[in-house]
Design a protein around this ligand. Structure first.
Ligand code: GN1
Ligand code: MG
Length: 354
């Protein structure tokens, strides 16, 4: 996107510094994200929020701001400056909303960039897995007393397996013959796993597992680290809303324990890393074990399998729907992502007995 355009949108926000340059960060599948460098000591992240995926953007932005405020209240001894290095800080637009709405079309928001931080698309070090587990644990501890009635359901039924299965079933009805043929092998795997993959949903619905405030997009690239591998905080709070901890634990494991990227086409590179699973679980439980029930604990391994499956199912559904939801870089991108996730389930199942 052109510098003049990014600069003018950035200038709609209430910050003290001048735009110097920007670069696009390409890891997300839904929003457009830019790093904005300024002439001052603070840099920023500017984001265009995808309005066709997120129907209520003002509600979403409000969720994010409330979440940050709540998390900040957990560190009463930190100064404002120290807090902005530990928790996401959102910047108001000049009209004092936390978003800017351009031309009746695009929603933008801005947050302060946490300096000297890095993200990881693939984990190559056990310490990252361990620190990642601690970070999620800290996040969930921080939101334990957060009144979820303040939050909107950003995407209703987001990780609801029955809902995702229905979407998949209807994509099968409308898919082209060509895509259906290419997906055939995977539709058989879905059918074989269907019942097992609804267990967590059923436990949630029968209230055997409690609903808490969860992050809902805990892939490892949504965790911020220092350059020397210490956890800073969870980022991308777009989907913070009520959920079960299994969504968060499982989605993190899905990415941390995949030896390759989520869309790696060479499936021989896709292996489930048990050592990283143990390290993540250790970090996570050090923080959360005291507040988890026996049922929550018992189903952590199934959470991993279920979240790998739900992503496989969603990628496959989007492929059958001709790629209307996720950004894709080539025609079979969603199918490749789905294949990758199914391979990960296979590898997981060989290494972990539920
Ligand atoms: C999407 O856009 P991004 O990368 O933050 C998706 C997640 C998936 C993820 C797969 C709102 O997240 O649920 O896990 O892609 N977010 C939404 O990488 O659908
Ligand atoms: Mg996200």
């Amino acid at each position: 996107m052109e510098a003049a355009m990014i600069k003018s949108i950035f200038n709609e926000f209430d910050h003290r510094f001048n735009y110097k340059n920007h670069s696009e960060l390409n890891s997300g599948h839904i929003n457009d994200t830019f790093f904005v460098e300024t002439d001052g000591h603070k840099n920023y992240i500017l984001q265009r929020i995808n309005h066709s995926v997120f129907k209520d953007v003002p509600g979403l932005v409000n969720n994010k701001a409330l979440t940050s405020n709540h998390l900040k209240s957990k560190y009463p001894n930190l100064s404002k400056d120290e807090l902005s290095k530990k928790v996401l800080s959102f910047v108001k637009a000049k009209n004092s909303d936390f978003y800017y709405f351009k031309n009746g079309n695009d929603f933008w928001n801005v947050m302060v960039f946490i300096e000297n931080s890095v993200t990881h698309e693939i984990v190559k070090d056990k310490e990252i897995a361990y620190e990642g587990g601690k970070l999620l644990g800290e996040f969930l501890n921080g939101t334990l007393d957060f009144d979820s009635s303040q939050l909107i359901d950003v995407i209703p039924n987001f990780h609801d397996m029955s809902f995702r299965y229905k979407q998949y079933a209807s994509s099968i009805q409308s898919a082209s013959k060509e895509r259906l043929k290419k997906a055939e092998k995977y539709t058989k795997i879905v059918a074989a796993l269907k019942d097992e993959m609804h267990i967590l949903q059923n436990l949630k619905e029968t209230r055997k597992i409690p609903v808490r405030v969860t992050h809902n997009d805990t892939k490892i690239s949504n965790a911020l680290f220092t350059e020397d591998h210490k956890g800073i905080c969870m980022i991308d709070t777009d989907t913070v809303m009520p959920g079960i901890i299994h969504y968060d634990f499982g989605d993190a494991i899905r990415t941390i324990c995949n030896s390759a990227a989520e869309d790696e086409k060479d499936l021989s590179k896709v292996e489930f890393n048990l050592e990283y699973y143990k390290a993540y679980e250790k970090g996570f439980l050090e923080q959360t074990a005291a507040s988890l029930s026996a049922v929550e604990l018992k189903y952590l391994p199934l959470a991993a399998k279920t979240m790998i499956f739900i992503m496989a199912l969603r990628f496959l559904t989007d492929y059958l729907n001709n790629d209307v939801y996720y950004k894709t870089k080539y025609p079979e991108h969603n199918l490749e992502r789905a294949k990758n996730q199914f391979k990960l389930i296979e590898s997981f199942s060989k290494k972990i007995a539920n």
